[in-house]
Design a protein around this ligand. Structure first.
Ligand SMILES: [Zn+2]
Length: 403
């Protein structure tokens, strides 16, 4: 059994020991070593593992597997009788801050409102606890945050203690234990007694600060997002950066940003409306222009045009507008989009002509697909022929069908 130095001293960052076994995890394809003693905390009890070095060889992961405390290493150290080890203190202390902060937060919710924590997660960026409730209000959230930070300021000791099952009745545990032997308690006097195998700072003051960031309503519980300690400073730094950028871009102070964004959205909505009006006016103008260029084919007016990179919705709008303006008319509009050709064709109701039949005749020319009502069709295909040829072939087919 490896000696767990992190339980003797959570602040131990470097130590010397022996490598007692080397191994290779086939499923993870990773080499590992077992140490006589270790200060490397393995993933467990909701707290992520430590990283660091053994004799200059990187420790990437630490896991307890079948009672073995495996240190997964990039490369196996050469020396085994005496190795110098160091853990990444920044990462460890961050986990200690978040973990102790979680105990304080869960205790504050339970002690103040009776809201029980059913699970927690110490994430890479933010941490969460899940409360066994389906609703919570802002007053409660603010109150709990205030209480947590008061507990931190009071700098209460965080005591760890190993006890037996017989000694348990002397304590009021926040949650039921999952173990019966080697019971380890983490106690914040007057705040919280909790069974826990994690590493914690020696007093609440070292958590520094707790900030609740948000809530997420889940089906059967409320998820509370929070950060502690250094992470609060990082969060503030990132959020402040965004705020500074936005105040400059929107030319408004922080407290007026929301208003400025509302104005921008409203402006955008109005511009959109104006744009739609202008577009419809343009379509009308274009339609009149096309009508003046119409020509006769077997006593039927033909209105045709070829465009470059025009959305098919424009062609549809144009065709619809033309139909309201002129009888005894066939319309054919084509958009030439580099590798693709698209077309819209329509006819006035006073002409007896099935445009699907016309379309069928030209679709093979462009390996195309299309169809619609007998009086209104659209199609698209490859630019296997030029847009002008497509127009010519289409009108040729119209002529044949009309006759
Ligand atoms: Zn814990």
């Amino acid at each position: 059994m490896t000696g767990k130095l992190y339980y003797q001293d959570a602040y131990l960052t470097s130590f010397e020991t022996k490598i007692v076994k080397e191994g290779f995890d086939e499923s993870q394809k990773k080499a590992y070593v077992l140490l006589e003693d270790t200060a490397f905390y393995p993933t467990g009890g909701g707290q992520p593992h430590d990283i660091g070095e053994i004799d200059g060889h990187n420790v990437l992961d630490v896991e307890e597997v079948n009672g073995e405390l495996r240190h997964y290493v990039e490369t196996i150290p050469k020396r085994t009788d005496k190795v110098s080890c160091s853990i990444n203190w920044e990462r460890r202390f961050d986990h200690m801050q978040q973990h102790a902060g979680q105990h304080i937060l869960s205790a504050a919710f339970e002690n103040t409102y009776g809201y029980k924590t059913i699970s927690f997660h110490l994430g890479k960026e933010i941490c969460t606890i899940d409360l066994a409730i389906t609703d919570i209000n802002e007053v409660e959230i603010n109150q709990v945050e205030l209480i947590c930070n008061k507990i931190i300021l009071e700098n209460k000791p965080i005591i760890t203690k190993w006890i037996t099952e017989e000694e348990l009745p002397a304590y009021h545990l926040r949650k039921e234990l999952t173990v019966k032997d080697n019971i380890r308690l983490v106690i914040i006097p007057g705040v919280d007694d909790n069974g826990c195998g994690g590493t914690h700072p020696k007093s609440t003051g070292e958590v520094s600060v707790i900030k609740i960031l948000g809530l997420e309503k889940q089906k059967k519980h409320i998820r509370v997002q929070f950060v502690c300690g250094h992470r609060v400073r990082h969060q503030l730094h990132d959020k402040h950066k965004v705020m500074v950028e936005l105040t400059s871009k929107l030319n408004a102070p922080q407290e007026k940003l929301s208003e400025a964004a509302d104005r921008l959205i409203e402006n955008n909505r109005e511009l959109q409306k104006d744009l739609e009006n202008l577009k419809s006016q343009l379509i009308q103008y274009e339609a009149n222009e096309l009508i003046s260029n119409a020509h006769l084919l077997n006593n039927v007016h033909v209105i045709s045009s070829v465009y470059i990179n025009r959305p098919i919705s424009d062609l549809q709008d144009l065709a619809k507008d033309l139909l309201t303006k002129k009888n005894n008319t066939i319309i054919i509009l084509i958009s030439d989009n580099q590798e693709k050709l698209q077309l819209v064709s329509a006819r006035s109701e006073d002409i007896n002509l099935n445009l699907n039949a016309v379309l069928k005749g030209i679709l093979p020319d462009i390996n195309g697909k299309g169809g619609g009502k007998p009086s209104f069709v659209q199609a698209g295909g490859d630019k296997a022929i030029s847009s002008e040829s497509l127009l010519r072939n289409f009108l040729e087919n119209v002529k044949n069908v009309i006759n």
